[in-house]
Design a protein around this ligand. Structure first.
Ligand code: ATP
Length: 213
């Protein structure tokens, strides 16, 4: 149960299912069909059934899925029982926004510390999160047993900073810089390039317009 191997696409959809199941549970609903789930989370019901099949026989034909047992199950795989502390490196505009946001919709992940090189920012508490000097990064990351860091430094410093945080023991980097950083095997990188995402949307809209012409 702890070590099920599931496809990446399935793993990405799990938090969506989980959030919706919490809602259903709060509304006092005992069961949910894959069609209902499909409409709520905007994933086709065939994918939902396939996703759920990776977790074993959780659904019953003609009955749907039992909300409480699904919740217990997802809570376990999503590690909702344990609090994950995350570090943020680079408190610029984007870093600031993320500190302020601080994943409040999730009750098991939070940014617990931030780092910067700017003395005007360090030694302060911003949106409830202490901002340390980069000099204290290794010590804090080790002390707080942090394995995930959000990277919001300028792109010119991205690789260098990534090396430093990996050296400190970080195993997962959420990279908000447009640079494709490299890291040793065993370190996972999740790229979130907002400008490219927006550009892609512009491209698709333009393409749709051409089709309409
Ligand atoms: P953003 O790109 O988030 O809009 P910005 O334009 O406000 O940010 P940037 O120049 O991108 O500012 O820098 C982001 C933050 O990263 C700044 O607060 C800066 O002091 C910090 N920073 C720069 N280099 C490093 C580094 N090597 N380590 C840690 N923090 C750094």
């Amino acid at each position: 149960m702890d070590k099920i191997k599931i496809p990446k696409a399935t793993a990405r959809r799990l938090p969506l299912y989980y959030r919706y199941l919490i809602l259903l549970n709060e509304e006092g609903k005992d069961k949910v069909s894959s069609t209902e789930l499909s409409e709520a989370v905007q994933v086709d019901s065939a994918s939902i059934r396939r996703d759920f099949s990776y977790f074993g026989a959780l659904g019953k034909r003609g009955y749907g899925y039992d909300v409480k047992s699904l919740l217990t199950f997802f809570k376990k795989i999503l590690n909702q029982d344990t609090l994950t502390n995350v570090a943020l490196i680079g408190v610029g505009n984007l870093g600031h926004a993320l500190l302020n946001y601080n994943f409040k919709r999730s009750n098991n992940i939070r940014i617990s510390c931030a780092f910067d090189i700017n003395p005007e920012l360090t030694g302060r508490i911003l949106s409830g999160v202490p901002v340390y000097d980069m000099k204290d990064m290794v010590e804090q990351i080790r002390e707080q047993q942090i394995s995930i860091a959000i990277l919001t430094v300028p792109q010119g410093n991205a690789q260098k900073t990534a090396n430093e945080i990996v050296q400190a023991g970080v195993k997962g980097i959420m990279n908000f810089t447009p640079v494709r950083i490299s890291a040793p095997a065993g370190v996972r990188i999740q790229n979130v390039d907002l400008a490219t995402e927006l550009q892609t949307l512009v491209y698709f809209l333009e393409a749709d317009k051409k089709l309409d012409d």
